[in-house]
Design a protein around this ligand. Sequence first.
Ligand code: SF4
Length: 353
Amino acid sequence: MKIGIPRAMNYYNYHPFWHGFFTYLGIEPVLSSKTTKKTVSLGSELVVPETCLPVKIFMGHVLDLIDNKKIDVIFVPSHQSIAPKIYNCSKIRGLPDLVRNVVKKNFLLIEPTLDKSEKSQGLYEYLYESVAPFGITDKKLIKKASKAGWELQNRFNEMMNSGVMLDEALEYAIKGHPQKNNAKNEKKYPVNVAVLSHGYNLYDDKVSMKIFKKLEKLGVKSYIAENLTMDEMKKGFMVLNTHLYWANEYEMTGAAGCYLVDNKTDGIITLTSFGCGPDSIMIERITRFAKRHNKPLLNLTVDEHTGEAGFITRLEAFTDMLLRRKRQKVIKSLSKQFAETGEIKEEDLIKQL
Ligand code: SF4
């Protein structure tokens, strides 16, 4: 038994769980290939132009599974609500309906619904729905499979939290060899920024244009939402004086609140998709609070036409500005010391440099 999993949207957050869950039940998960220009253009042809880039890409991945991987059972869950009164955006909620209506191919859609705002709906109901089409109905077995899935997911989350990058964290979580930290965490960088977006924007190289590598080349260390604990994220919400309505705004809003008031990051970069309703509201709020906390913020909006040259220029200009700001702060503090004591201590100079 095989199940096709599009390498898009929720894949970037929950793939370890689904891998562990399906594998335990003897179902082989088959992933679509990484996003290419062709994935984007084929997916874009299926939906109206106003649709956000991640959903266009999702359609391209469904086509890849059917046409290139020859998989005719595709997993597209509908995540309506992840907690009482906390909902996903309409495109995520209606993803299976969208796929069913625009992908005119012969395939079986497995479309369980997760709706935690419905009293009768729990995680296990959702999981039963996910495997019932395979004839698997043994509830005890499904619970054991769920445990196997969470083991992988927890390993993955721990690695992401410690700074391991997504591809490695996925690989090691599935292999069962967790790694902690990487050399990057030990290295000192002249500039530190928080890069905030949804997993499906940040970790899809076609969408983010390999933003982490580009920043690394510019001498910038990136911090992400996954480096924070849930408690830190909750505190972040308080900074922005807001409450959660959109489920997948958690990583952006909570993390933004945290990084806005910390001392380790010099600025914030947000990456959003053109046409995303929830993000446009959140970005407006984050921008207002960034001004209040005197933290520089760069918002990059992408769609399928975004060019790489302009993207790099904006990153370079932002990094330059952050460096200049930092330098000015150092000069100011050293001048103050000189004015007060008539000397600058060597150790202070070295520390500041
Ligand atoms: S949250 Fe925004 S980017 Fe994500 S699916 Fe919804 S509209 Fe698209």
